[in-house]
Write a protein that binds this ligand. Structure first.
Ligand code: HPA
Length: 282
């Protein structure tokens, strides 16, 4: 695993490579999780840039992650969509996972909408439900894997950034209202990011429940930590792709199931994201 600490120059070089391809000045960043790629199909006047054409951008190796940026407009807003993301379990450092967020910040993005596929820990959750992330547990950060590890870049934010209300209360309120009005099965809950790639054991699931976790996944927390350090507003949406009972002998989740649930979740998430985009101004 690389231990390189990126500098402002690295972020600017990546931003310059993107600016060479489009004049769009994105205000909204959108990260699409496993099985949710199709959300980018609605972007108008799209410029597509494969991640491997942007210096230092982590390229996802996972099935269900296309691995390109889509820049264009959605509901009249200039958006920069990540169709797939790099994960810690692929061997990327936390700094690499946070890299695209810094590039967004250099490009002028002010709002990050982050989506993921997640396993339902809360017993009331069902596959296909949407969880509006209320807060997260940075378990990997507690264990020393924080994307802000290394020299602080003061142009982005302070050495010790607050993570209170990391998920913007006003955007959460609006997302809940949109979901309620559209009849989308939804919850507000706490997300935890584990390293993966192995799924949780039933005993892990019971432990996560004691922690106060509602949904578990393998992403989002590093990106949100970087986004908040840089002062972006954040909305987080988990698509519950499977549920985890924590009972010994219960059926294990599998990646195909995660991708299958994505088909149900894409229109639901799209409704919420479109609603949010119509309600924000910059
Ligand atoms: N566990 C961890 N990550 C996940 C899961 C899960 O059950 N489902 C989708 N991402």
């Amino acid at each position: 695993m690389t231990t390189k600490f990126f500098t402002m120059q690295d972020f600017q070089a990546a931003a310059a490579a993107i600016r060479q391809r489009t004049k769009l000045q994105p205000k909204v960043g959108l990260i699409l999780g496993s099985g949710l790629n199709a959300l980018a199909d609605s972007v108008e006047n799209a410029t597509n840039i494969p991640y491997d054409e942007i210096p230092d951008f982590p390229v996802s190796t996972v099935q269900g992650h296309v691995g390109r940026l889509v820049l264009g407009t959605l509901e009249g807003q200039a958006v920069m969509v990540m169709q797939g993301r790099g994960h810690f379990y692929e061997g990327y450092s936390m700094g690499q996972i946070g890299f695209p967020i810094r590039v967004m910040q250099v490009l002028g993005v002010e709002l990050l909408i982050v989506t993921n596929a997640a396993g339902g820990i809360n017993r009331t959750y069902h596959a296909g439900d949407v969880m509006i992330i209320h807060d997260h547990i940075n378990l990997l950060g507690m264990a020393g894997q924080n994307p802000l590890h290394g020299p602080n870049i003061a142009e982005f934010g302070p050495r010790f950034p607050s993570m209170n209300d990391a998920y913007d209360p006003e955007l959460r309120r609006r997302a809940l209202e949109i979901a309620r009005q559209a009849g989308i099965p939804h919850h507000e809950g706490v997300y935890i990011c584990l390293s993966g790639p192995s799924f949780e054991t039933p005993a892990d699931v019971r432990l996560l429940r004691i922690f106060g976790t509602d949904a578990v996944g393998m992403s989002t927390v590093p990106e949100v930590t970087v986004a908040r350090h840089g002062g972006m507003r954040v909305l987080g949406l988990s698509g519950i792709s499977n549920t985890l009972s924590g009972e010994a002998g219960s059926p294990p989740p599998d990646h195909e199931e995660v991708l299958e649930a994505g088909k149900l979740l894409v229109p639901r998430l799209e409704t919420i994201i479109r609603g949010i985009l119509t309600s924000v101004s910059f």
